[in-house]
Design a protein around this ligand. Structure first.
Ligand code: NAD
Length: 497
């Protein structure tokens, strides 16, 4: 394991010094000599953080079996909702107590700026509380109006639920995913991305220390093609939730389809920000530059296409260039950093490759972008970039997943809507205007799961977050509607006496 420590907490160092990282199944570490090992590195320095044991199909099976046993024997599934609520509240408190440790593990593993990582940890605790509080209010049975019969629908948990997550928001997505599943009484098996195994593995141990029964939360680390595929294809799952790319989402969907396991797919995006000429240009530009540089542009629902009404286009572009140039790119634990590295060398090459291909296909290079140097650090840094031109360009069509925005001017509302919907994706867009009626009209006609007005990347708990078209299926996350997915419904009917 790594020895260097730039302002790392002692507890983070202890965790990293614990030897090759084991997964966590049935309340115990799993994995050891004989198992293949992969590595996770700090994207800000390129340094090794940890060797990690990769779980094979047998170990994935052990994890699903552990989740099933915990479901059948630990009483988690049969606890009164209020008691589960109390247990999850305790877990949320433990997360908050270890917020600094979790945030630092997240930051060093993902390259995420530290204060943003701390926000993700708080979001995880808030999600646990939100669904824990909602559980007692979800009636275990709802009466049904049936002529001549006494009928009701009972709500029960399903059993083991699988989750596969990407590397861009590990803990936040774990919270959005598992909080409703746990609050309903299910048990979970989580496969974190191989680039970011640290925080989720730490979290599973913390859950047991906080009193969540062994086997209720299981974490299996390993590559997607082996560990992930084994989980997706496991017939013992009752529900599956996948967050990641559309390509892998299809594979996971196929595997679940063969077992008739219901699946949620939360996939990529190519969101637009539609900026009308009545906005405060300086303020709106600042917000959109903040959006594309947030998490170094590695955000599924970021605004990566900026559609700007012609009268303010030139002013908008000038301000955007000026603001983007000032973005402080640096190491993620450095307090002055605004934008950290991308997650790995492959992602850096992907971003640079799209800049190259976009240019080759005729995009205007408004701000060059390219590799960024951070003194003393051999990390995977890039500068923010701006391209402009036809929306047929590869950089305007495909998800780059980096700090690259694509500009195009529009004349009127109809054209803006048509341009926004000129995509295979449908995750989230935003509209920026002082005219509330127009903003509302446009928000409804943009085809995506979310339309934000005069803001972007906001996720109030209780508001469903989901994608349509290539951005996903299955109802999404984050709300009481999606909570319903984690209850098995039984219709009970008897003749009226
Ligand atoms: P990815 O699809 O490459 O990997 C996601 C996860 O799937 C990882 O854990 C990976 O190990 C696993 N995986 C890979 N191959 C697998 C297989 N054959 N079977 C089962 N699992 C497999 O995505 P990524 O590069 O980690 O993440 C970026 C993508 O995630 C982007 O497209 C982004 O938009 C999307 N994303 C979507 C949301 C959302 O809520 N809609 C949120 C975050 C990220």
């Amino acid at each position: 394991m790594a020895t260097s420590s730039e302002s790392r907490l002692a507890e983070v160092e202890d965790f990293l010094a614990g030897g090759t990282l084991q997964s966590f199944v049935a309340g115990r570490p799993i994995g050891g000599s004989g198992d293949p090992v992969f590595q996770t590195v700090d994207p800000g320095t390129g340094e090794l953080l940890a060797d990690v044991y990769a779980m094979d199909a047998d170990q994935v099976d052990q994890a699903v079996t552990a989740a099933r046993r915990a479901f059948e024997t630990s009483a988690w599934a049969t606890l009164a909702p209020a008691e589960r609520c109390a247990a999850l509240e305790e877990f949320a408190r433990a997360v908050e107590q270890k917020k600094n440790v979790l945030a630092q593990l997240e930051a060093i593993d993902c390259g995420k700026v530290l204060w943003q990582a701390a926000g993700d940890v708080q979001n995880l605790a808030d999600s646990l509380r939100y669904f824990a509080d909602a559980a007692p209010r979800t009636e275990p049975q709802s009466p049904l109006a049936a002529d001549g019969f006494d009928a009701y629908q009972a709500r029960l948990p399903w059993g083991p639920c699988g989750f596969i997550f990407p590397w861009n928001f590990p803990l936040l997505l774990v919270g959005w995913g598992i909080a409703p599943a746990l609050a309903a009484g299910n048990t979970v098996i989580i496969k974190p991305a191989e680039d970011t195994p640290l925080s989720t593995t730490y979290l599973a141990r913390l859950a047991v220390e906080a009193g969540i029964p062994e086997g209720v939360i299981n974490v299996i680390n390993g590559p997607g093609a082996t560990t992930g595929a084994a989980l997706a294809a496991h017939p013992g799952l009752k529900r599956m939730s996948f967050t990641g790319s559309p390509e892998v989402g299809r594979l996971v969907g196929e595997a679940c389809g063969r077992n008739l396991v219901p699946v949620k797919l939360e996939l990529g995006g190519k969101g637009a920000a539609v900026v009308f000429d009545d906005v405060d240009v300086a303020k709106t530009t600042d917000e959109l530059v903040g959006t594309i540089t947030f998490n170094t542009g590695q955000v599924c629902c970021t605004a990566s296409r900026w559609l700007v009404q012609r009268p303010i286009y030139n002013e908008f572009v000038e301000r955007a260039i000026e603001r983007m140039k000032r973005t402080r790119v640096g190491y993620q634990l450095d307090e002055s950093t605004e934008m950290g590295p991308v997650v790995n060398q492959k992602q850096r090459s992907r971003v640079l490759g799209y800049l190259q291909r976009g240019k080759q296909e005729g995009a205007e290079v408004v701000l060059e972008g390219g590799p960024a140097e951070v003194p003393g650090k051999k990390g995977f840094y890039v500068k923010p970039a701006l391209l402009a031109g036809s929306l047929e360009n590869v950089a305007a069509r495909e998800e780059i997943f980096g700090p690259v925005a694509y500009l195009a001017p529009f004349a009127d509302e109809e054209e803006a809507i048509a341009m926004t919907n000129q995509t295979d994706y449908g995750l989230a867009n935003s509209v920026w205007s002082e005219d509330a009626a127009r903003a509302d009209r446009v928000a409804r006609r943009m085809v995506a799961g979310s339309s934000w007005i005069n803001c972007h990347n906001v996720f109030p708990l209780g508001v469903p977050f989901s994608g349509v078209n290539q951005s996903g299926l299955g109802g999404g996350v984050n709300s009481l509607e999606t909570f319903e997915d984690y209850w098995r419904k039984v219709s009970v009917v008897r003749p009226l006496q």
